[in-house]
Structures are given as C-alpha cells and as structure tokens.
Design a protein around this ligand. Structure first.
Ligand code: GLN
Length: 190
C-alpha cells in the first residue's frame, strides 16, 4: 500500500514526514506516471487556485478524477479540501475541483493570513484533543447528508469531514505534533 502525496505546490513535505512517523510507505505525485503507482492520495495545503492550474498542466486532473469516482481513498487538507469540495465560494472563475466531498467551502472563510489561529479539537474516534493549525483556512459552509462531521471548531462549524473513503479538513494536521488525523486516514485506507 503506497500513499501518494500530491507534490505540485504547498506543504507536501510535512505530510511525508507524518507518513514516515507512522511507518506508511509513500511517494510524491507530480506527473501521471507517479500517480499510477499509488493506492491512495493526500492533497496538501497551499494555494488551491495554483494547484488547480498545475493539476491541469501536469495532466493529473483527469486521472485523479477518474480514480476518485472509482473509490480511491483521498485526504485533502486546507487547499486540498477546497480541491475536493462540491462547491467553492469566493473561488476564481477558472478554478476546478473534484466534487468528491458533498460540502461547500468558502475560501479564506476564517479571514486572511493574520487571522490564522490554533486550536485543540475534539475529534470523533480520537481520545485526546488534537492540536490543529488554521492558516487562511476554508470555512465549510454546508455539509451534505452523506458526509460525516468528525470535528467542529469553537463556533461549531465543521472542520473535519468524511464521506466514504474521502476525508477533508480545513486545518493543517501535518503542521502540528499530532499524528492522530493521519492515523485516522490510514485506518480508513486499510
Ligand atoms: N486560502 C488557500 C486557498 O484558497 C488555502 C490555504 C491553505 O491551504 N493554508 O487555496
């Protein structure tokens, strides 16, 4: 079982470190040939508009889309969540998403870079509170019936959701000490 980490842009190295810490086999995905070798995919935080463009120019958008429809497990964090969402609010007109999670997200919905914050979240299925870092995070503004909410922020807005084998969160679990969220994903992959 190899986890691919989409490495077009953004915080992909930190995800690889988490996977190392958990003893999972992983590789970077930059071109379709890399993607063919992976069983699941992590989409990191970064800038979703740039990632959307790079997904097109690298030829990765269509193969990823096909495998998502076929049930490949995927985990999107922050910008990665935006790429998975059914609806993007305050996005760029030419920005595409895979519509693999039945959520609407508002880009930068918690405010700009200066409004970045940290929290300790109660996460369903995890005993201890999970340290979480929010950086220009998307706000999840609606969640479809088939999508489970695994954690909420201090205002009770959803911040971690799962629909079948697709998981997404508004924060950066790769930037805290915690490995709990990556472990949750690996459990669902197994
Ligand atoms: N605001 C960014 C975007 O729209 C996401 C921020 C992040 O991934 N930290 O893509």
């Amino acid at each position: 079982m190899t986890i691919g980490v989409l490495a077009l842009q953004g915080a992909f190295r930190a995800h690889r470190e988490k996977l190392d810490a958990l003893g999972a086999s992983h590789c970077e995905v930059r071109v379709p040939g890399d993607f063919d070798r992976v069983d699941a995919l992590i989409m990191p935080g970064g800038e979703s508009t740039t990632m959307s463009m790079l997904l097109e120019s690298s030829g990765l958008f269509e193969p990823i889309h096909e495998r998502l429809k076929a049930g490949m497990p995927v985990f999107g964090t922050c910008a990665g969540l935006i790429l998975l969402a059914r609806e993007i609010q305050d996005g760029r007109d030419d920005q595409r998403s895979f519509a693999a999670l039945d959520v609407a997200v508002q880009r930068n919905g918690y405010g700009r870079q200066v409004a970045s914050f940290e929290d300790h979240l109660v996460v369903s299925g995890v005993e201890q509170r999970v340290h979480s870092v929010f950086i220009r995070a998307p706000r999840i503004t609606s969640v479809g019936e088939d999508c489970d909410v695994l954690a909420r922020d201090h205002r009770s807005d959803p911040v971690l959701v799962r629909q079948g084998t697709v998981m997404g969160c508004a924060f950066h679990p790769e930037l805290s000490e915690d490995t709990a969220i990556h472990r949750l994903f690996l459990e669902s992959v197994a």
